[in-house]
Design a protein around this ligand. Structure first.
Ligand code: IPE
Ligand code: IPE
Ligand code: MG
Length: 233
């Protein structure tokens, strides 16, 4: 899909899905992990260049300790189960967010996955972990200020230049943002990056969001008329 280079997903609704099925919240997260694999494989098959998935926000530290602990175990579970397949598919793992603050064991697992897949040339599966958009913007401003102080940057910076200070600097623009489970908010995700992104807020909770539905929403995206402030000729 040439017009669809970068899709971002707010994977929401694991807990409510679990509750609705008489399970505990963590069981929803467990099914959610398998679904990251399913959607990533589909996106890769569709030739999407970057799939960014919101896995843990800077606000998610507020959750009960047991749930945070469980969520921090999921990267190990994901890579133990799917690393072989990700390598076969030539998928490259990257991360936005801060390693600092993530428990050491989890950070190690993430770093290993990033390193092992660094030379893969297929789709980029980009995990937003310990990620918050306002934090990212603040860090970008700080880095820029330091560059100015050190004479590495001038004051006449434009948007493109400033964008290079963001964690997404190497990625194409986000074309499509999907949020599952019916919530109509952004929850501190990619605020700078989504200035002209198309949004899809869909009702399915993340554990029920199938590759077929993913493809359906991507096709719906292609029908949208993107004008970027101009006039359609
Ligand atoms: C998304 O599901 C996973 C994370 C935020 C880590 P939730 O855990 O937010 O599920 P709900 O929204 O409570 O149903
Ligand atoms: C957003 O979902 C974060 C992730 C999907 C990782 P939340 O469930 O944490 O967001 P809120 O609490 O509904 O805003
Ligand atoms: Mg939620």
């Amino acid at each position: 899909m040439e017009q669809l280079q970068h899709v971002a997903i707010i994977m929401d609704g694991n807990g409510r899905w679990a509750k609705a099925h008489g399970k505990v919240r963590t069981q929803g997260h467990l099914v959610g992990v398998d679904n990251v694999r399913n959607i990533a494989i589909k996106a890769n098959d569709m030739n999407i260049k970057v799939l960014t998935v919101y896995a843990f926000s800077t606000e998610n530290w507020k959750r009960p300790l047991e749930e945070v602990d469980y969520l921090m175990k999921l990267p190990a579970l994901f890579f133990n189960k799917f690393m072989k397949e990700l390598m076969e598919k030539n998928i490259k793992i990257t991360m936005i967010g801060e390693m600092e603050g993530i428990p050491q064991e989890t950070a190690k697992v993430l770093q290993r996955a990033i390193d092992e897949t660094a030379n893969n040339t297929g789709m980029i599966l980009n995990f937003a972990m310990n990620y918050g958009s306002r934090r990212e913007i603040t860090l970008a401003a700080k880095k820029y200020a330091l560059d100015v102080l050190n004479d590495k940057a001038g004051l006449d910076i434009d948007e493109k230049e400033f964008g290079k200070y963001f964690m997404t600097a190497d990625f194409p623009e986000v074309d499509l943002l999907i949020r599952t489970s019916g919530e109509l908010r952004l929850s501190n995700f990619l605020l700078w990056q989504i200035a002209y992104t198309e949004f899809m807020f869909v009702d399915e909770p993340w554990p029920e969001f199938t590759p077929e539905r993913f493809e359906y929403y991507c096709n719906e995206f292609l029908k949208r008329d993107r004008r970027f402030g101009g006039i359609k000729q």
